[in-house]
Write a protein of this length. Structure first.
Length: 115
């Protein structure tokens, strides 16, 4: 069973930056397309970025395109989300998981952007 641990969230002013990390246990990580999801209060969890197992193909939601960058280090079983030019609407709990067939969800990491 894969366990996911997200970290790197925090409180930041609008326009600031954060870098999220997600470390996964389990042998299937390197063969999996992974995604970063976020859930704002009262809203559904939504995919914001994803990356294929080799890093060749990335996807970004329209709301984060040009501001967020997803990357991965398969040797460390870790994916990252560099978030720049943060906006108040980016406030949410951020989770990582398999892009297509999510495993059990981790606890996420809270990102709060103050305006």
């Amino acid at each position: 069973q894969v366990q996911l641990v997200e970290s790197g969230g925090g409180l930041v002013q609008a326009g600031g930056s954060l870098r999220l990390s997600c470390t996964a246990s389990g042998r299937t990580f390197s063969a999996s397309a992974m995604g970063w999801f976020r859930q704002a209060p009262g809203k559904e969890r939504k995919l914001v970025a994803s990356i294929t197992w080799g890093g060749q193909t990335v996807y970004y939601g329209d709301s984060v395109k040009g501001r967020f960058t997803i990357s991965r280090d398969n040797a460390k079983n870790t994916i990252y989300l560099q978030m720049n030019s943060l906006k108040s609407e980016d406030t949410a709990v951020y989770y990582c998981n398999h892009r297509d067939s999510p495993w059990s969800w981790g606890q996420g990491t809270q990102v709060t952007v103050s305006s």
